[in-house]
Ligand binder design. Structure first.
Ligand code: ATP
Length: 993
């Protein structure tokens, strides 16, 4: 085997690069052959050592574990924290060993250049997986780097950033996203003691219980996709927004046999007090006699669920959401499942579960008769004639289920909206059309609104100014988004929701392919750059087309089938005929009339289409919606859940009139053009996914690829076959190939110069636009001559295109590290020059005082002091600020300021008012006003930089919030001190969230 010499020459590096590229081409070819649709062995684990086709490697140090092929040990050095530095031929086997070695030495994060690979070690299973519960988990420097990069890029360019987590279900996306969010708060948001953090943590606790459930692949699986948008302005966190994607409605009424319903139901039953149970008509009910729960897994840890329920209740309080309103709806949903309609032989159906019917009616604030009528009768519009009819038992049971689903998902949407809006702003300008409002965590927003209204008259204009200001801010400020969408799943049987979830995973995979592989290959081709490495990635567009193409995609054909009231069988026949030559659609064995299979990028999934049409229609009849109008319903929260629909329905005189509405909440504007639902479940999901992509396309992505270490959630178990399957589907080898030997980065010449011109001697560069390419060459030549960018084993190469300079990842890393060293050295020499200057300035006085001490004047004879005045008053060295102050000439053009002020109606002479600070802090679930008595947890200031100091244990008075982020104002000895939150503790210990 070729081993590079310690001081390898360029040829050696080049040779090694060729060797890598050849071996990886071979492996990729083998994988592609093996992974053709219809080749079940495509997903097989690699051959054991000596089995041929293991792709080289496969040397000593690794033992096959028992059944699962568990890797017990490996000889790969765990200190290789970036896979592009791996020596020897790059094969899947080599990657697997490297990841296993790091995993066994507790290094679960590994880089592939700028991309982070995270292997879930399952050491934290059983944790509720919220922002608060991960507070004790130590933050990892690799996650810190991702966040710092995002914040740096955002503040340098103002460009939105998106941290995109992907991986199969259970791979740790939500866990990593919580840690990233925490890290973001550490870097830019004042830490976890701020109100903003507590508020967001409470929102996540509430949403996790409502939106996560046990599935076959993950006992804490998120059934709600999240996109957390964090607005960062000048490196400081400004506001947050949670966008939620709720798909899995069927789980509310029919969890799969080995899975569970939403966690909140189990927590509710375990955590309610006996009085609350009576109030909610839940006395005597448990997991085994409630229909919506008993069809799933009925095992439960009651103590754990009860504890989580108490936390959930506390957090609802923090968000200002009435507990009783929400639990009334949840109890009604549970009891609805026990109402069964059966055909009586007559016109009307008969009811089994009269008690439950009465209970549900009273919980929802309607009469039993009204509810029964809403569920068991339907109004039809037959060519303008309004006709009423009774539903049969089947239809009545379906309407009952629709009601349960509608109540649940509308409650979740309402909570998301409420949780998202500490302060709701008029503008919905932004990025996505999801259930999201804005949560303003910083009083700067108020300030900006105040500022914008100075000099304008009337509330109308001030509102529009606020909206305009908001729009300008949104247009100019980038956000940092953390995307934790659904991971690939293959439950048995898979349903329509799973098809949507897998479409989402396919779309994210395509996004990755486009960004990492396609754009790199295409831009090299466009600019005539030749790369030695041929990156051969698997494009998943055919699968996305199969599912979502406009006319012939599986989803479009399903919509057509719904509109003609077809059946599951006819749908299956049509898709099989339409796609008979498409290798991605296969017939599962044994052949069943209602099933079909799709070869996804991460594996083959068999779907059962039995409920596809009903799930996709996603409708509730207006007869049922009308029941919740305030004329008949005295429970305001229930009326609110159907607010938009009721408004549209009661806009006309005939109610009900035979129209249907969506189960999922629909915005009022969508209902304006008619009362019929504007879309189906899948259309709606597709539109939202499209909007999300539009947002992502405008953001700079940072990828975190998550891998689960085993399929049984066993801590510290590394299952070779499971990991290998994910390495393949996530195309880790192809990524390493590109990063190690190709040109994954390109920069405009100007951008390259502005970042790296500090690396060449000042006189070396021409510094004019026409000579930009020459200057780039000069910088690289200069670094090469000084031997600053060549490291053995690292491919450092570049090429000049028509508009860009193309860089290998190795070169980018070297440039960044030389840049850091150069800036660091420059900072040190500036500091030392400044200190020397200061010392020289002080020297005459110092010299004089030393001389005086040597010949003391008679007056000082008795109490001789050796400490000179100048030593006492010597100022502490100030840290050099990270960002230099803005160049006044660049930023403060007086004319522009005047024009801007005129445009926004601001008065230049009068400064904007000081932002009013919030007159309280949030503690547990209560707001606590000022003054507050607090105790110092540690001394302040801890560096003795102030005359007044507070000691640990001192009782102090907090008089208000400081304008400084994350600080409170403490009045002490007639001084006002700005003390960070974390230094202070309330006298009576607060409830933590
Ligand atoms: N880095 C880690 N260290 C320890 N435990 C982890 C880690 N990542 C995830 N886990 C645990 O693994 C389980 C699954 O993680 P998580 O729910 O984040 O996966 P996911 O990819 O978001 O899955 P889904 O797509 O189904 O929501 C959780 O119980 C979590 O606590």
């Amino acid at each position: 085997m070729f081993v590079p010499d310690a001081c390898s020459s360029n040829e050696a590096v080049h040779l090694q690069q060729r060797l890598r590229s050849l071996s990886s081409e071979l492996v990729t070819l083998r994988n592609r052959l093996g992974r053709q649709p219809g080749h079940p062995e495509g997903d097989a684990p690699p051959q054991p050592r000596g089995g041929g086709g293991g792709g080289g490697g496969g040397e000593a140090g690794e033992k096959e574990g028992g059944k699962g092929g568990e890797v017990m040990a490996s000889t790969c050095p765990p200190d290789i924290d970036d896979l592009i530095h791996l020596q020897g031929p790059l094969t899947e086997d080599a990657l697997l060993k490297a990841l296993a070695a790091r995993f066994h030495s507790s290094h679960t994060y590994t880089n592939v250049g700028p991309i982070l690979v995270s292997v879930n070690g399952y050491t934290d299973v059983g944790n509720p997986l919220t922002l608060s519960s991960t507070r004790k988990v130590p933050l990892n420097p690799k996650l810190l780097r991702v966040v710092q990069e995002a914040v740096r890029h955002q503040s340098e360019s103002g460009y939105p950033q998106a941290i995109i987590l992907s991986g199969t279900s259970g791979s740790g996306k939500t866990y990593a996203s919580m840690l990233l969010l925490r890290q973001l708060f550490e870097v830019a948001g004042g830490g976890p003691e701020t109100d903003a953090f507590k508020h967001l943590a409470a929102a996540f606790t509430v949403l996790r219980s409502l939106g996560s459930a046990k599935t076959t692949s993950n006992s804490e699986s998120s059934r709600i996709g999240h996109f957390i948008e964090v607005q960062v302005t000048d490196g400081a966190l400004y506001r947050t927004k949670i966008h939620c994607y709720f798909l899995d409605q069927t789980r509310v009424i029919r969890p799969l046999p080995n899975e569970k319903n939403y966690h909140i139901f189990y927590q509710l039953l375990a955590g309610l007090s006996s009085e609350e149970r009576v109030k909610l008509n839940l006395e005597g009910y448990n997991l085994h006699n409630l229909s919506y729960l008993k069809c799933g897994d009925t095992r439960q840890d009651e103590a754990e669920d009860a504890a989580r329920f108490q936390q959930w209740k506390t957090c609802l309080g923090i968000l200002g959401i009435p507990f009783l309103d929400v639990v009334r709806v949840l109890a009604a949903v549970l009891l609805l499942g026990n109402i069964v309609f059966v055909d009586s032989g007559g016109v009307e159906v008969s009811v089994e579960g009269e008690t439950e019917l009465a209970s549900v009616a009273s919980l929802l604030g309607v009469t039993k008769q009204m509810l029964l009528r809403g569920v068991t009768s339907r109004t039809h519009n037959a060519r303008g004639q309004i006709v009423r009819s009774f539903c049969d038992a089947n239809m009545s049971n379906m309407i009952r289920d629709s009601l349960a689903k509608a109540l649940y998902c509308r409650t979740v949407a309402t909570i998301v909206r409420r949780a998202n809006s500490l302060k709701r702003l008029g503008s919905t300008l932004g990025t996505l059309s999801s259930d999201s409002n804005e949560s303003v965590h910083n009083q700067a927003e108020v300030a900006s609104q105040h500022a914008s209204t100075v000099g304008t008259a009337g509330s109308k204009s001030s509102k529009s100014m606020a909206a305009l200001n908001n729009a300008v801010r949104h247009a100019t400020d980038g956000f940092i988004g953390i995307l934790d969408m659904f991971g690939f799943e293959e439950p048995k049987p898979s349903q329509l929701e799973h098809l949507c979830i897998n479409l989402c995973a396919e779309t994210m995979q395509h996004f990755y392919n486009t960004h990492i592989f396609k754009s790199s290959i295409e831009s090299c081709r466009d600019e005539g750059i030749h790369s030695d490495v041929e990156v051969d990635y698997v494009d998943n567009v055919p699968c996305i087309d199969l599912i979502s193409s406009l006319r012939t995609g599986l989803l479009s054909m399903l919509d057509v089938e719904c509109s003609i009231r077809g059946s599951a069988e006819s749908y299956i026949n049509k898709i099989k005929a339409q796609h008979r030559n498409n290798a991605r659609l296969f017939e599962p064995k044994p052949l069943e009339p209602r099933t079909f299979g799709v070869q996804h990028f991460a594996g083959r999934v068999v779907y059962d289409a039995t409920h596809f049409l009903d799930t996709n229609r996603d409708v509730v009849p207006d007869d049922l919606v009308a029941v919740f109008h305030r004329q008949h319903c005295n429970f305001g929260f229930a009326t609110h859940l159907f607010g938009s629909e009721l408004k549209a329905l009661y806009a006309s005189e005939t109610v009900p009139r035979g129209v249907s509405f969506r189960i999922s909440p629909t915005s009022h504007s969508d209902l304006l053009n008619g009362d019929e639902p504007v879309s189906t479940l899948t259309q709606d999901f597709h539109t939202r996914l499209d909007n999300l992509l539009r947002t992502l396309v405008h953001a700079r992505p940072h990828f975190v690829r998550c891998i689960r270490a085993n399929a049984s959630e066993t801590p510290r178990r590394f299952d070779r076959a499971i990991v290998m399957k994910q390495i393949r589907s996530l195309q880790v080898l192809e990524t390493v190939n590109l990063m190690a030997g190709g040109f994954p980065h390109r920069m405009r010449f100007k951008a390259f110069l502005s970042r790296y011109r500090v690396l060449a001697g000042h006189n070396e560069l021409r510094r004019c636009e026409e000579k930009a390419v020459e200057d780039c060459q000069t910088i690289l030549q200069y670094l090469e001559d000084k031997q600053l960018i060549r490291r053995p084993g690292l491919v450092v190469s570049w090429a000049f295109g028509k508009r860009h300079i193309f860089l290998s990842e190795g070169l980018r890393q070297e440039l960044e590290s030389v840049r850091w060293e150069t800036l660091h050295k420059a900072a040190v020499s500036l500091q030392s020059a400044w200190r020397a200057y200061q010392a020289r300035k002080r020297w005459p006085a110092l010299k004089r005082s030393l001389q005086q001490n040597h010949h003391p004047p008679p007056s000082a004879k008795a109490g001789r002091t050796l400490v000179t005045n100048s030593t006492l008053t010597r100022p502490r060295p100030q840290p050099i600020a990270g960002t230099p102050p803005p160049d006044p000439l660049e930023k403060c053009d007086h004319k522009i300021i005047q024009q801007t002020c005129t445009m926004f109606g601001l008065d230049l002479e009068r400064p904007p008012p000081v932002p009013p600070s919030r007159p309280y802090t949030v503690t547990g679930n209560t707001k606590l006003g000022y003054p507050q008595t607090r105790v110092m947890k540690m001394p302040f200031p801890d560096d003795g930089s102030s005359d007044v100091s507070l000691m640990k244990g001192d009782t102090v008075t907090v008089v208000g919030a400081s304008p400084r982020r994350g600080h409170l104002v403490v009045e002490h000895c007639n001084h006002n001190l700005h003390v960070p939150y974390q230094f202070l503790e309330l006298k009576s210990s607060p409830l933590t969230i």
